[in-house]
Write a protein that binds this ligand. Structure first.
Ligand code: MN
Length: 232
């Protein structure tokens, strides 16, 4: 088989995320993110909420564990928080029907889609790709995964983000324009999904700036919170 065997340089460390209450971790294959999945956030960004959602990616090694202390990212003066439900895929597939989609979910976590909003605004203006706005180093903090069968009805719960204890984002997950099953159906019609794929499912209204020294906490009912701090 091609691609196996010995390497000229030591292979990179495999990205992974923690699993609640276990020593084992989930190896991350790919990270996909949904754009514009809450009507109020779509409006605050000046877009039409009737547009279907779209997807973008982050490198797998952008994941960061809860508890991390992150350096303020390079090349931005406008770092934004986007608190999101993260779905981990446990069973792969292409063209997964919406009716069977939830059987492909391994678990859920609290996540942050950190965004260099100034670079995103420039990319939008120039019709350029979003990679440098969304896919930078340590841009995907992800809390410990809770297996789907232990998490209960996650999509009926609420999501909250606090910065230094002050509430900045709060919404019910049932406000998602495309719920998890619809996201999996749409995404798997574009790319084949496989175990270890993470999907950041979009952020509600209330996105805003993150500054050096800030402490961010994302909570979703039934899941373990995600906490990260930005170094002063
Ligand atoms: Mn997002």
């Amino acid at each position: 088989m091609s691609g196996e065997g010995r390497f000229v340089l030591p292979p990179p460390r495999r990205p992974s995320v923690a699993v609640a209450g276990r020593d084992e971790r989930l190896a991350v294959r790919r990270i996909w993110c949904v754009g514009r999945n809450y009507a109020a956030h779509v409006r605050e960004m000046g877009n039409d909420e009737r547009e279907p959602p779209f997807f973008f990616g982050k490198p797998a090694d952008a994941v960061v564990d809860s508890g991390a202390r992150l350096p303020f990212p390079m090349a931005t003066r406008d770092l934004h928080h986007e608190a999101e439900l993260v779905v981990a895929i446990g069973k792969g597939g292409a063209r997964i029907p919406q009716a069977g989609a939830m059987g492909h979910v391994w678990g859920y976590a609290c996540g942050l889609d950190l965004t260099r909003r100034d670079l995103q605004a420039e990319a939008r203006r120039m019709s350029r790709p979003w990679d440098m706005a969304k896919g930078f180093d340590r841009s995907a903090p992800c809390g410990p995964l809770t297996p789907a069968q232990e998490a209960g009805a996650v999509e009926r719960g609420r999501l909250r983000l606090t910065v230094n204890g002050a509430l900045r984002q709060e919404a019910g997950l049932q406000e998602m324009i495309w719920p998890v099953a619809g996201i999996i159906a749409h995404l798997s019609a574009l790319v084949e999904l496989a175990p270890g794929d993470l999907i950041f499912t979009g952020t509600p209204a209330g996105v805003g700036p993150v500054r050096p020294g800030d402490e961010l906490r994302v909570e979703i009912d039934g899941l373990i919170p995600l906490e990260v701090s930005i170094l002063a």
